[in-house]
Design a binder for this molecule. Structure first.
Ligand SMILES: Cc1ncc(C[n+]2csc(CCOP(=O)(O)OP(=O)(O)O)c2C)c(N)n1
Length: 337
């Protein structure tokens, strides 16, 4: 299945939106307006955008910290993401948490799970439940190379393999886990090699080539949906920033970083769009201007959003909500209500 010119334009918008939204977040972070850490995906946008693009409506997606692009492809609005990272009262998590727990279940987008690897068995359970309900849902989740060294990953993928569950695990090989280079925490030559131990299918794709990622992800999703069991899709990419914004990445070789900057996935796709006559520089500039305007409005709206008050902290966590809110309010913040 080829990716039509219209789809390529959509992909371009998602890639650029991911990068520009992240730049807005960096600015908010530096102004002290963001809550918690900022985990960037600079250089990895094509992996998250391309893989999520291969899913269909009704499918499930559980991202991790570097999958802002997948979250946007699933239909998240920048203003809601900004409200969430600024822990505003009208964010989807109502000010309880930041980006990690952004989720829109109605769009098949669930929140990341902090314990690396755990999402594999959780998503396996979700698609197993859908199978019982007679749905042909595919679940997609993501892991870095460090995440594939956890016990949870192995338990989850083994269970999914035995049950032949429609699960696609995108392995984002981005060279570092925190400050640990890949060869210091993984003995296998490639992450895809791990699939053989479980009788699971796998492939490796250039994670900086968005069209190649879309193609590979479509094949993985089709394989899983057809009842063949899970698929491990290794996307070779590179984390151009430290683990989080506070990490100065002193452990990274400058020449290595420069080399991967030259391999930037967005600049590369722009060259393709030019050569294929899909979008010229002027058309791309128009997209950028449109996104800039959208983000100006989104930042202003999110900044103007109300801060949470303690009361909602107790809401939505118990069935007998009123009684629970009253009891906890009396216990912890006496006199709140
Ligand atoms: C089970 C578990 N161990 C440790 C951590 C702490 N931790 C969070 S992110 C991270 C590094 C992850 O590296 P990798 O999986 O390669 O993903 P990347 O950050 O490179 O995208 C670690 C060790 C965790 N969240 N969960």
């Amino acid at each position: 299945m080829t990716t039509s010119p219209e789809q390529q334009k959509t992909l371009y918008r998602h890639l650029l939106l991911t990068r520009l939204l992240e730049e807005r977040m960096v600015s908010l972070y530096r102004q002290g307006k963001m809550t918690g850490g900022l985990f960037r995906c600079l250089g990895q946008e094509a992996t998250a955008v391309g893989t999520a693009f291969a899913l269909e409506e009704g499918d499930l997606l559980v991202p991790i910290i570097r999958d802002l692009g997948a979250t946007l492809v699933r239909g998240a609005r920048p203003v809601d993401i900004l409200r969430q990272v600024m822990t505003k009262a009208d964010a989807p998590a109502r000010g309880r948490d930041g980006f990690l727990h952004f989720c829109l279940p109605e769009k098949g987008l669930y929140s990341a799970i902090a314990m690396l690897g755990t999402a594999v068995s959780v998503v396996a359970g979700m698609v197993l439940a859908d199978r019982y309900l007679g749905k042909r849902t595919v679940g997609m989740t993501y892991l870095g190379e460090g995440g594939t060294s956890t016990g949870a990953f192995h338990e989850g993928i083994n269970f999914a393999a035995v049950q032949k569950l429609p699960l696609v695990v995108v392995l984002e090989f981005n060279r570092y886990s925190y400050s640990t280079p890949s060869e210091m925490q993984c003995g296998a030559a490639t992450l895809a090699d791990k699939a053989a131990g479980y009788g699971v299918a796998s492939a490796i794709v250039d994670g900086n080539d968005v069209l190649a990622v879309v193609e590979a992800a479509r094949r993985a999703v089709a394989w899983a949906r057809a009842g063949n069991g899970p698929f491990l899709l290794e996307c070779k990419t590179y984390r151009r920033k430290g683990h989080a914004e506070h990490d100065g990445q002193a452990y990274v070789d400058a020449e290595e970083l420069a080399e991967w900057t030259r391999r930037d996935p967005i600049a590369r796709f722009e060259r393709h769009l030019d050569a294929a006559g899909v979008m010229d520089a002027a058309a791309r500039e128009a997209v950028r201007a449109d996104i800039d305007a959208e983000l100006d409005a989104a930042v202003a709206e999110a900044e103007a959003s109300p801060a949470p008050v303690p009361d909602p902290e107790f809401r939505g966590v118990r069935a007998d909500e009123e009684a629970a809110v009253r009891r906890r309010a009396e216990t912890f913040v006496g006199g709140l209500r």
